[in-house]
Structures are given as C-alpha cells and as structure tokens.
Write a protein that binds this ligand. Structure first.
Ligand code: NAD
Length: 233
C-alpha cells in the first residue's frame, strides 16, 4: 500500500454497533421497533410529525449516552497522522467520529445533534427535544425538524464526495450493508475511477463483489489493525 496517498473512507451503522447503537437492518428489518417508512421519510413526518419527532428525540438522547469505540478511535488516529488527503464520509448521524477526535468527517445523511428550520433554512446545534416545537434560534419560528436525510431526500455534499473520490487512490468501506443508495454505489464509482477498494465488515455487504479485498470481523478489531498497517506503510 506504499503508493497510497489520498483516501476516502465510507462508514455506516456497523462502526457504531459496538458502542451500543443499533444498526438499521438488524433482525426483522425494524429500526428500534419501527418500520423505516413510519419514521424516516418525509411522508411519515407529514402524516404524524409527533411520532417522528418523538422517535428522533429518543435517538438524540440515546446517542449522547454512548461512547466512541476502538474503531472510531483508530480512524481519528489515522486522521491525525495521515499526511495525504483523507475524507471520512459517514452515513451515521451520531457524532462518535468527532468525539473520538476525527476532524475530516462529512455527514452525508445529516446529524442527530443538529436541527433544521423549515422556515428560514438555518441549521442549529441541538441536544434537547423537538417534539414540543421549540423556537428556531435564528428566526423564532416553531418549524424545526431533525437535520436527518430521510429516505427519498437528497444526501448532503455529494459534489465534495465525488471530488474526493476523483483525487483518491484508495476507497475503504466500513460497517455498511451496501443497501442504501447513493452510498452503496460509491464502490462502483471508485472502481471506474481506478481506485483500490477495501471492505471491512462483519459479513460480506451487498456490494462485496466490487471490492478488491474484503476483511471480515468486528470493527473494533479489524479497523485498528488496518490503521496500524497503513500507517506503518
Ligand atoms: P446497515 O444497518 O444497513 O448495515 C450495517 C452493516 O454493519 C451490516 O453490513 C453489518 O454486517 C455491519 N456490522 C454490524 N455490526 C458490525 C460490527 N461490530 N463491525 C463491523 N460491521 C458490523 O447500515 P448502513 O449501511 O449504515 O445504512 C443504514 C442507514 O442507517 C444509514 O443511512 C444511516 O444513516 C442509518 N443509521 C445510522 C446509525 C448511526 O448513526 N449510528 C444507526 C442506525 C442507522
């Protein structure tokens, strides 16, 4: 791997699983006992805003009790020590990469700890509940929603992600099932751009065949091992 200079890493729910945050498609295809369509779509929010706001209020409260694990810490170390370009694109809406100390992080699906005002379009850091319809700190309207990209909505900062992929030599996918697009398509784009591709996951993802190499195991074991390896050249 000595010819690797620029790296794009995609992380998914699997990297936070050992911190005690449930993945999306665990047993039964339910997420925290809800069908995805009932809590993670704009239609669900229009139909039953209270249910959706309560669901995200619980998730927002829960993640604040969780801690980064050895996989987040290893990526934070890579961020500190890697001299080339590095972008950690995360589908996760928790803040465990940042709390581990990573700086070069892009949240393509939004963040639990932000609220988005539908009246003035501003984003504000947010730790408390939204179900009681608090005022937007910027405009005062009571029109805040979770700053989460729901199914059917456009992920954030796609141009920056593709710019980074075009400059990269290596694409690494960690703890993601390869079921949610457009992130699931990054590996194919990376292959077309000529990048080396590596998957680190508990089990082969749906896009596993697109990777040059797959390493299977728990993120807290295989991610620190890979980071040691790449930093030692
Ligand atoms: P997913 O739930 O569809 O898939 C999780 C993947 O992680 C699976 O392939 C599984 O084999 C793997 N995995 C589980 N435990 C692991 C471990 N200990 N080590 C390594 N791999 C492990 O998740 P996804 O692909 O990220 O897509 C689902 C969507 O869910 C995303 O859009 C994301 O926004 C959302 N989500 C986020 C969080 C979070 O922020 N932590 C949690 C749940 C869901």
């Amino acid at each position: 791997m000595s010819n690797i200079r620029n790296i794009v890493i995609l992380t998914g729910a699997g990297i936070s699983a050992e911190s005690g945050i449930d993945t999306f498609r665990g047993a039964g295809g339910l997420w925290e006992n809800h069908r995805v369509e009932d809590v993670a779509t704009p239609e669900a929010f229009a139909r039953d805003p209270e249910l959706v706001l309560r669901f995200y209020d619980m998730r927002r409260e829960a993640i604040q009790q969780k801690r980064p694990n050895a996989a987040h810490e290893a990526l934070a170390r890579l961020d500190r020590e890697w001299g080339g370009d590095l972008l950690i694109v995360t589908q996760n809406v928790d803040d465990l990469h940042e709390r581990a100390g990573a700086r070069r992080v892009l949240h393509m699906h939004g963040e639990h700890l932000n609220a988005w005002c539908l009246a003035c379009d501003s984003r504000s850091p947010w730790r408390g509940p939204l179900v009681d319809r608090p005022e937007c700190p910027a405009c005062g309207e009571r029109a805040l929603r979770p700053d989460i990209v729901w199914f059917g909505e456009m992920p954030y900062r796609m141009d920056e992600i593709y710019d980074a992929l075009r400059e990269a030599d290596l694409f690494v996918s960690i703890g993601t099932s390869g079921a949610v697009y457009p992130a699931a398509g990054f590996v194919r784009d990376a292959r077309e751009l000529g990048l080396r591709t590596l998957e680190l996951n508990l089990e082969p993802s749906q896009g596993s065949a697109w990777f040059h190499e797959s390493r299977l195991g728990a993120a807290t074991e295989i991610v620190p091992h890979w980071v040691d390896e790449i930093l030692s050249g």
